[in-house]
Design a binder for this molecule. Structure first.
Ligand code: FVH
Length: 286
């Protein structure tokens, strides 16, 4: 790869917490950057760090090859790009949205003569530009755009292309966030059970994270579908978990839906030929 990407002129529209973190990462790497924000004061510190500032979205877009959007929501993107000439531009929308909205945006950008990528940021602002933070951004849409700008995209965070269907980045993003919240729900339940018993949270938390690390790896490898931990045994065990929650004065509302799904699968039986995990997934999809 040549160093031509280092001259790519970037316009960043949106200087909230995430946009500002992205801007700082590109500036630190010496990339030519023009920023625009509805509230201009947020651009002042970045200007002092080397960013060009634009008085309008149109001015920012005109000054760039690569246009990056990091705004509150889709309606904001609509408003900000209203009437802006995107002909010949490469547009990346990092604003959180649904898969359907990303597909609509891709068609909308294509009709305006732009190549388009949708992005889903898997990080919080302090992780951006921080080596080894684990931050990455999911991208989907134009493979050509991704290949052309990959080195630029990898400055603030890792870059993962997940498909030419523009909706795939948002779909992966939402799926990963749902996984995260499910995990958080379990962690909250676990912590609530031990709290108030003189158990030190600082001592308990490493046990919890170690256990979850081992179990998520085993689950990903398909171990839960095996005979070693059959569903009937697991469903029988949930009675103990629920009784303990009751005894501890802790609501089971965060874990109960999962227990109920296991019970439904057990009652249904395996006549459909699916293993337990596949059977529970099938129940969810209906
Ligand atoms: N911050 C995070 O942890 C998450 C991580 C995962 C990805 N999200 C998404 O990133 C988008 C931006 O998030 P953010 O954290 O930068 O959000 P804010 O700090 O609230 O900044 C919002 C920006 O949007 C501008 N804005 C809002 N309304 C309008 C409007 N009507 N017209 C023009 N711009 C508007 C706002 O401008 P201002 O308030 O400074 O004038 C900010 O630039 C988001 O999709 C997350 O879901 C972040």
């Amino acid at each position: 790869m040549t160093n031509a990407h280092k001259n790519t002129r970037i316009a960043l529209l949106g200087l909230g917490a995430m946009g500002t973190a992205l801007a700082r990462a590109w500036l630190a790497a010496g990339r030519p950057l023009t920023v625009w924000n509805r509230t201009p004061a947020k651009a002042e510190a970045l200007a002092a760090e080397g960013a060009g500032t634009a008085a309008s979205p149109a001015e920012a877009v005109a000054a760039a090859d690569l246009v990056v959007l990091c705004l509150l929501d889709g309606a904001t993107v609509d408003a900000v790009l209203d009437g802006v000439d995107l002909t010949g531009k490469d547009v990346i929308d990092l604003t959180t949205g649904t898969p359907a909205a990303a597909r609509e945006r891709a068609a909308w950008a294509g009709a305006r003569g732009a190549r388009f990528l949708d992005g889903g940021i898997m990080a919080v602002p302090p992780m951006i530009g921080a080596a080894g933070s684990g931050a990455y951004v999911l991208y989907s849409g134009s493979r050509e755009l991704y290949d052309a700008h990959r080195a630029t995209l990898e400055v603030p965070a890792g870059a993962r292309f997940v498909g030419t269907d523009a909706g795939y980045a948002a779909l992966h993003d939402v799926a990963l966030l749902c996984g995260m919240y499910g995990l958080f729900a379990g962690m909250m339940q676990a912590t609530a059970l031990v709290e108030g018993e003189g158990i030190d949270r600082a001592a308990f938390t490493p046990l919890l994270t170690e256990w979850l690390g081992a179990m998520t790896a085993a689950h990903a490898a398909g171990a839960s579908a095996g005979a070693d931990s059959n569903l009937a045994m697991q469903v029988a065990g949930t009675a103990t978990l629920l009784r303990t929650a009751q005894d501890q004065g802790v609501s089971a509302e965060l874990v109960l839906p999962y227990f109920r799904l296991m019970e439904r699968r057990l009652a249904q039986g395996t006549g459909d030929g699916l293993d337990d995990t596949a059977g529970m997934l099938a129940l969810l999809r209906r």
